[in-house]
Design a protein around this ligand. Sequence first.
Ligand SMILES: Cc1cc2nc3c(=O)[nH]c(=O)nc-3n(C[C@H](O)[C@H](O)[C@H](O)COP(=O)(O)OP(=O)(O)OC[C@H]3O[C@@H](n4cnc5c(N)ncnc54)[C@H](O)[C@@H]3O)c2cc1C
Length: 410
Amino acid sequence: MSSDSVRNIVVVGGGIIGCTTAYYLTRHPAFVPSQVSITLLEASTRGAAQGASGKAGGLVAKWAYPKELVNVSFNEHVKLANEHNGKDRWGWRYVSTGSWEGRGDPLPDDLDARPSNSLKREKSLEKTLGLPDGRKVGSNRKLTGLPDDLLWVKEHLTQSYSSMAPEGATAQVHPYLFTTSMLDLAKEKGAQFKSGTVTSIIQSGGKVTGVKYVEAGQSESQTLPATDVVVCGGAWSPALISRLPIQGMRAHSVVIRTEATAIIAPYVLFTEITGLGNGVVTPEIYARPDGTVYACGPGDYSPLPDNVDDVVVDPTACENLLKNVCAISDELRAGTTEVRQACYLPVSSIGGGPIIGEAEKIAKGLFVATGHTCWGISNAPGTAKAMAELVMEGHMKCADLKRLHPSKFI
Ligand SMILES: Cc1cc2nc3c(=O)[nH]c(=O)nc-3n(C[C@H](O)[C@H](O)[C@H](O)COP(=O)(O)OP(=O)(O)OC[C@H]3O[C@@H](n4cnc5c(N)ncnc54)[C@H](O)[C@@H]3O)c2cc1C
């Protein structure tokens, strides 16, 4: 950080919200590197995007919520992809999205499959809540079979398929690649990345003056002066601002590499699968342009660990998820599982959200951008653009986010 800097902006959290905020701060017209320093602090020792932002599905949808963020975010995703070759850099592409309902064909060793303990209190990720009523999964179904090019689910097991969005209304990114690209692009313009956990926000006279942090691998805390602090800590944000009504919901996911000969058309499927001996299961399945297919299961409320690096993966939850998705697809069954993982979505415990704005009742210069639930990938660019305007100019221009202001939540 330059000692001559007029402003020292500290972004806490190297997930998609923090990294994209750093990107938009460096692209703001008022950002002059000799006068403004931007430092992003991330608690993981493994770099950015180690939480939900690296382990999400990556759907970008016009039906996402809240609308005031979606309206900006979808267009910004398109612009970012055009400007930085998102197609090659982070797997940007338009994708078809549909709800698929049918039977599963159990694997031979699947007859005694039973849900793991962690799935007993399972919770939907609630992505379909933003759809207009008539298009919710389970309604308005055509029994006319699958689209011609959707060959990677078994036709004879399909009871119904219906499109969930018109062409051009859903797209996808690879969330880890998108998040780390945002950070790299921010660094190219002068933002700094530090590995360390922010332990407290320092304020004086009602104004933020710095943060205390512990560098990765050290035990002594250090102080970083700050004129502005943007808390983008995802599920861990209440560790810094205890009044934030945010809790973490854990969800498991897997990534399967399909065989080179498999034809995997670009679809995201919201499934309802029966016949596997454990009621209805509802995995989401995302074909990706790199020949892999990602799938995620429901959420549970297992306790949040202190650090993103210590998230516990329940192997049984991953195994059940694999069995469920392989039960409807020969292509997935023939593939190789590359990743079994878990992460925590930041969810508002009082409903609504995300929470975005200046928490001036706590301290001037303290900003919050968290609680994006199941839509943080989709809504990151709108959030970040609005935050950059607020921090650099004192007000948001691209969106009216009054409903999401911290004062409504804390
Ligand atoms: C299974 C699953 C599928 C999903 N699919 C989609 C999807 O298809 N589309 C979509 O739009 N959204 C999706 N989401 C939601 C999306 O992943 C989240 O909303 C988003 O990643 C949240 O980003 P974040 O940056 O707020 O949090 P995180 O990704 O959790 O990042 C927060 C970071 O802050 C760091 N941090 C926290 N506190 C501190 C501190 N004190 N000091 C330093 N660093 C700190 C953490 O270590 C972490 O790296 C999905 C989520 C899950 C779990």
